[in-house]
Design a protein around this ligand. Structure first.
Ligand code: SIN
Ligand code: CO
Length: 374
């Protein structure tokens, strides 16, 4: 990590004093940063089929939200009213976006969501709101005025297509210049308004709710459960009310449900799968044409390999998870840990047995041959 990124704080100091605790404004966090792509390239991206893009406009009737993919004519201002274009998952599309995310490797990958970019015309923004995420708001080109508040009143405007705070009372305000960055913990009220046409890059970290984790764990458990036996009542006593659910029935079902159990290993396995599960709109592109195993091995030795930009890989102990599934017995755990940590491996690091194990992942489009910038 570059020493400017956290304004001279070490990663450990930042985690101790700011992460999930309080906002941090860093002037010149990335010296010379002016954004990763210009407006024309951003528009083109927002018109691609897979792009997760939103257009937010302030109309006379209130906020309006449209989802992409868009057509170039959608960006022609209909009236002189402010608007903003947001594109998620820039890291799936740009090597420079993946390099930028690497600077935030002091936060575990399991917490990372994605890199989003917003482009706004003067006066544009998404309104005063809060997010459930931790976010680093990095100013690209132009200037944006940020107002923030520790307020606990997080009541939202009813019926708006966006989350807009009903009563936003700013406590601090700054104008961010290119390369400046603002960190905000979850649920911190904020409002960013473009001073001139500007771009802002949001490095977002997911923070699942207890409800989400528990619900997803139950879904996982359902697939794993294997409980023998049946309801039995050879000792059925005569009931005076046939419509009543009797105590004996309730007791027996309570005992059945008490047999639903799990170990810490089940939770670890659930987490590995859940945290690497690709979002439902994502599809992987197998190589076209696919190299044979020996040609793949030769090229991988020369060029190295990388995780495909959409791939998510995490590990715990000797178990590796890639895109929602555990990898079956893999050789070279230390090298694989590096693949998960750095998203790439140099050719010299990859043994012949690892190449054999990686080949099916290459055919799935989960792993790609490395190239400069990948
Ligand atoms: C924006 O970039 O306009 C919105 C980012 C945010 O407030 O989370
Ligand atoms: Co926000």
């Amino acid at each position: 990590m570059d020493k400017h990124l956290l304004g001279g704080l070490s990663a450990a100091e930042f985690l101790r004093d700011y992460w999930q605790k309080q906002p941090l404004l860093v002037r010149n966090a990335i010296p010379g940063f002016a954004g990763l792509l210009d407006y024309t390239a951003l528009q083109a991206l927002a018109c691609e089929d897979e792009a997760q893009a939103r257009l937010i406009r302030e109309t006379k009737a209130g906020w309006a939200l449209d989802h992409g993919p868009f057509k170039p004519s959608d960006f022609k201002p209909k009236a002189r009213l402010p608007w903003t274009l947001l594109v998620q998952e820039l890291n799936h599309h740009l090597a420079s976006a993946r390099d930028l995310l690497q600077q935030f490797d002091f936060i575990p990958h399991a917490r990372l969501d994605d890199l989003m970019v917003s482009y706004a015309v003067p006066g544009g923004g998404v309104g005063a709101h809060f997010d459930s995420y931790d976010v680093f708001l990095l100013q690209g080109s132009g200037q944006r005025r940020w107002q923030i508040s520790a307020q606990t009143d997080l009541t939202l405007v009813d019926g708006a297509p966006l989350k807009i705070l009903q009563n936003f009372v700013p406590e601090h305000e700054w104008v961010l210049n290119p390369g400046d960055m603002l960190y905000l913990p979850p649920h911190y009220a904020h409002n960013g308004v473009a001073v001139d046409a500007c771009t802002t890059y949001s490095i977002g970290f997911r923070a699942p709710s207890v409800q989400e984790i528990a619900t997803q764990f139950l879904v996982y458990l359902q697939d794993k459960l294997d409980l023998p036996g049946m309801y039995q009542d050879a000792d059925l006593a005569l009931q005076s009310h046939p419509g009543e659910i009797g105590d004996a029935m309730l007791n027996q079902v309570a005992d059945m449900i008490a047999r639903v159990g799990w170990q810490r290993a089940d939770i670890a396995d659930f987490l590995g799968r859940y945290l690497t599960e690709p979002k439902p709109h994502l599809f992987f592109d197998p190589p076209e044409p696919a190299l044979t195993q020996s040609a793949f091995a030769r090229r991988a030795h020369k060029q190295g390999i990388a995780l495909a930009p959409k791939s998510l890989m995490l590990w715990r102990g000797n178990t590796f998870y890639l895109n929602g599934e555990p990898l079956a017995a893999m050789p070279d755990a230390t090298t694989l840990q590096q693949l998960a940590d750095r998203r790439r491996l140099a050719g010299a690091q990859i043994t012949a047995s690892l190449l054999i194990a990686l080949y099916p992942l290459y055919l799935d489009g989960y792993v790609v041959l490395g190239q400069a910038g990948d």
